[in-house]
Design a protein around this ligand. Structure first.
Ligand SMILES: Nc1ncnc2c1ncn2[C@@H]1O[C@H](COP(=O)(O)OP(=O)(O)O)[C@@H](O)[C@H]1O
Ligand SMILES: O=C(OP(=O)(O)O)[C@H](O)COP(=O)(O)O
Length: 397
């Protein structure tokens, strides 16, 4: 990590320290359901506070697209953050302007303050200079501890680092060191599992990923998009139909690169998107018109397990189904337990990441059995592709 400016080099005492963290945590009914990302930032927040800095946390939640969406407020994260930190955390209703400035003016050295969702402002995702200046004037020093958002060239992850002395936080530092150690020259065959719901923001990176791995398992909403592109009827499943051409291009690229693509051959189908909804398994050739594929089916699970058996290294982002709702966690849990067992019995190097993926591994009780668990999903996959991450590049010395 010597090529990055780290907290060791920062003068923090008495300074207003803007710390970009990732608090995009799984939440249900305004309660945090997986606190992995909160735990990850504790060392940095504690260090800044202990060294006499004012720890001012900047973060996003969800994708409110520049609007003030009440359901995407960061306020419900405060109780969990406070408990884990063991210290009071103040909250400001905005991340710029008077609300933020007056909350900061009230801080003593060592205090911690969380500012409201940066994505409530359009300037955040646009990396807009006026918004960047409004953020930068609130601090003296900038620390980025959000590796999982470092693939975004946003105001709070990239732009601001040009305006203030900028440093990598401890979690950012640890993630980069761990990934470099585990995956710089991975043992082959390498298998990637990509699932989840963020199809449009992750599909493009598959085009490069298929040239780096020997096999790619596609699950979740991503699989539906590929099945649709292949001409299968997928009923009312989560799918981005306008990405059919992109999906077909990736399949051709995979063939050229000799990367095996493992798509589901069956799915668990329900008619309501809710826990315990009546459901049945169908072959992908016979998905009912009104149904939604909410999980990979039993034959697909067996294929995925056998693909894991063939691998020396596994990288995984994105659940294979809507795992938050039982029984649609079945495929994700089965694959996670299998990978955990292979890690123990056959020294499989297993690396998984992503807010929901980690929550799924925790729910399956196997996160500790993986070789490494990253807080990052998309950022981790982009790092794996060898793509420069804007939030990391800007911290280089
Ligand atoms: N078949 C599916 N239908 C609907 N939602 C799905 C399906 N498979 C996975 N998901 C959803 O994908 C979400 C996680 O996706 P994503 O954000 O891409 O993962 P991560 O946070 O791990 O990077 C979960 O909320 C899960 O319910
Ligand atoms: O949850 C996140 O990424 P992930 O789903 O890839 O793990 C990060 O907070 C980035 O969020 P974004 O994909 O809305 O930019």
């Amino acid at each position: 990590m010597t090529s990055f400016r780290t907290l060791d080099m920062a003068d923090l005492k008495g300074k207003r320290v803007l710390i970009r963290v990732d608090l995009n945590v799984p939440m249900k009914d305004r309660i945090v359901t997986d606190d992995t990302r909160i735990r990850a930032i504790l060392p940095t927040v504690r260090e800044v506070s202990k060294k006499g800095g004012k720890a001012i946390l900047l973060a996003h939640f969800g994708r409110p697209k520049g609007e003030r969406v009440p359901d995407m407020s960061l306020a419900p994260v405060v109780p969990a953050l406070q408990t884990l930190l063991g210290q009071k955390v103040a909250f400001a209703n905005d991340c710029i302007g008077n609300d933020a400035a007056s909350a900061i003016a009230k801080m003593s050295d060592g205090d911690v303050l969380l500012l409201e969702n940066t994505r409530f402002h359009k300037g955040e995702e646009k990396n807009d200079p006026i918004f960047i200046s409004a953020l930068a004037e609130l601090g003296d020093v900038y620390v980025n501890d959000a590796f999982s958002a470092a693939h975004r060239a946003h105001a709070s992850t990239e732009g601001i680092a040009h305006q203030l002395p900028a440093y990598a936080g401890r979690s950012m530092q640890a993630e980069l060191e761990a990934l470099e150690k585990a995956l710089t020259a991975p043992k082959r065959p390498v298998i990637a599992i990509v699932g989840g719901a963020k199809v449009s923001s992750k599909i493009d990176l598959l085009e490069n990923l298929v040239t780096k791995v020997d096999a790619l398992v596609i699950g979740g909403g991503m699989a539906n998009t590929f099945l649709n592109a292949e001409g299968y009827g997928i009923g009312k499943s989560l799918c981005e139909k306008d990405l059919a051409e992109t999906a077909r291009r990736i399949l051709i690229k995979a063939q050229e690169a000799n990367c095996a693509i493992i798509l589901p051959v069956d799915g668990t189908v329900a008619y309501q998107f809710e826990a315990n909804a009546p459901n049945q398994n169908y072959s992908v050739e016979a998905i009912p018109e009104n149904g939604m594929i909410l999980d990979v089916g039993p034959h697909s699970i067996e294929r995925i397990k056998s693909a894991i058996d063939d691998a020396a290294t596994l990288v995984w982002n994105g659940p294979l189904g809507a795992f938050e709702m039982q029984p649609f966690d079945h495929g994700t849990v089965a694959a996670a337990r299998h990978a955990a067992a292979r890690t123990k019995s056959h020294h499989l190097l297993s690396v998984a990441g992503g807010g929901d993926t980690v929550a799924a591994l925790n729910a399956a009780g196997v996160a500790d059995a993986f070789s490494y668990v990253s807080t990052a999903g998309g950022a981790f996959l982009e790092w794996l592709e060898g793509k420069p991450l804007p939030g990391v590049e800007v911290l280089r010395r």
